[in-house]
Write a protein that binds this ligand. Structure first.
Ligand SMILES: NC(=O)c1ccc[n+]([C@@H]2O[C@H](COP(=O)([O-])OP(=O)(O)OC[C@H]3O[C@@H](n4cnc5c(N)ncnc54)[C@H](O)[C@@H]3O)[C@@H](O)[C@H]2O)c1
Length: 418
């Protein structure tokens, strides 16, 4: 019978990944202490509130806090298991910025006792879990670390990447298959015991580096496929052919499944993770690098198209519908929609840019800096605009009545109004 964990868990990082994981464990009876460096996040979670929007998370947090299973603090406590879910952005040269992971590992190091489990959930380049061990070892020479050659170890160290889809996190955190890569087999088995508490998907045990690369490969695969669709969109535009029609027809082939073009690739994962592969093996990854470049170029292309359309007007107003990085979430991190609006605003300084997004209640800093950019209600944006640019296919935008768009120049970058 596979072991199921039943101790106390400390989760470092109460963001889009750490907080749902905390709820998944706490609502199944595990005592969870959430740790975050931001006091406002800790205060919100302590009140049973969620500092961002994710379906079904709010009810989970308030329930777990009310039951006394979930508490939050800025101080890393002692625990039986530690899960690291801190950000892993990239540096200017596209290498991974592991400073948050290192800080979390060092916070944990001082609290570790023999028998503890440490799981790195943050998306990381191959070798990072091993580095976590080295950072811990530097502060705790008294502990025997896994993989250090001698038999047995005082702590268990593993990587368990997260592959949930924002907007469906609370469902997928339970139903997805999980990859658990240990520094040793015993580490993987110990870490898997934590996920058995709530995971209904299969738990696949492997080594830490394979788990790290598998996660990066998943997102690089998505990125390359999106780049293909985006490149098709450019080709079709040049040839005056409707790309959506071409994709619809091509996808009727039994072994073809082309994704949708769009204004670019955003969020915390897909535009970031492929660079970790490129950085680890630059000579061997021209396709992955080119896909990144194709997708990064998209917001510029979309903005250029809008600027060209705007030339037909004297003092045109441009409505930019959608600011988040994808539909039906409130996350604007690395959002290509924000970049498009910003590029339009700076290319056309005398043009009013009317940004609208039902999930965003204040202009992102990049746009607030443009004096002619305003955040307005969707109907106001559409009614006032000469050019309507659909950047994110939020449900309310899809449902917009076509008559509202009559007489406007419409640029639907998502194919939502076809
Ligand atoms: N968001 C997603 O959909 C998603 C999906 C899969 C994987 N991931 C990966 O999961 C990791 C976390 O992503 P996220 O979206 O939850 O990030 P996030 O920014 O939403 O949350 C991270 C939290 O960690 C906190 N933090 C930073 N340093 C800390 C420290 N030393 N100790 C305690 N807390 C600290 C931050 O204040 C923040 O609240 C990243 O590696 C990301 O790539 C994210």
């Amino acid at each position: 019978m596979d072991r199921v964990f039943c101790g106390r868990v400390a989760i470092l990082g109460l963001g889009y990944i750490g907080l749902p994981t905390a709820v998944a464990l706490a609502t199944r009876g595990i005592e969870v202490v959430g740790v975050d460096v931001k006091p406002d996040i800790v205060a919100a979670v302590s009140r049973g509130e969620v500092p961002f929007i994710e379906p079904d998370l709010a009810v989970g947090v308030s329930g777990a806090v009310a039951m006394g299973r979930l508490t939050a603090t800025t101080q890393t406590p002692e625990a039986d298991a530690f899960i690291i879910a801190v950000p892993t952005p990239f540096n200017g040269d596209h290498s991974a910025d592991l400073s948050f992971v290192k800080a979390a590992a060092e916070q944990i190091a001082t609290k570790l006792r023999p028998g503890n489990i440490v799981v790195l959930e943050s998306t990381s380049p191959p070798g990072t879990t091993e580095k976590v061990g080295q950072w811990i070892g530097a502060l705790r020479p008294d502990l025997k670390l896994p993989g250090s050659g001698s038999n047995g170890a005082d702590i268990f160290l593993a990587h368990c990447p997260e592959r949930v889809l924002p907007g469906r996190i609370m469902i997928e955190i339970v139903t997805n298959d999980r990859v658990v890569g240990g520094i040793t087999r015993q580490c993987a088995e110990q870490a898997a015991s934590i996920y058995r508490v709530f995971a209904k998907g299969e738990i696949l045990l492997t080594d830490a580096a394979s788990a790290e690369l598998a996660k990066l490969v998943e997102n690089a695969y998505r990125d390359v496929n999106i780049a293909f669709a985006n490149e098709l969109s450019l080709i079709a535009e040049k040839l005056h052919i409707d790309v959506w029609e071409v994709i619809r027809l091509a996808n009727r082939h039994p072994r073809v499944n082309i994704l949708s073009p769009g204004p670019g690739v955003g969020g915390h994962c897909i535009p970031v993770d492929p660079w970790f592969i490129v950085s680890a093996a630059p000579e061997e990854s021209p396709l992955i690098r080119t896909a990144r470049e194709v997708n990064d170029r998209r917001p510029h292309h979309v903005a250029e198209q809008v600027v060209t359309k705007a030339r037909r007007f004297v003092a045109p107003k441009v409505a930019c519908l959608g600011l988040t990085f994808k539909a039906n979430v409130d996350d604007i991190r690395e959002s290509p929609a924000v970049e498009v609006a910003q590029l339009i605003a700076s290319a056309l300084p005398d043009t009013e840019v009317l940004a609208s997004d039902p999930y965003v209640d204040s202009l992102p800093a990049e746009l607030a800096a443009s004096p002619k950019c305003r955040l307005v209600d969707t109907h106001e944006a559409v009614d006032e605009a000469d050019i309507v640019v659909l950047l994110v296919e939020h449900e309310p935008f899809r449902a917009l009545h076509k008559t509202r768009l009559a007489g406007k120049v419409v640029y639907d970058t998502r194919g939502a109004w076809r």
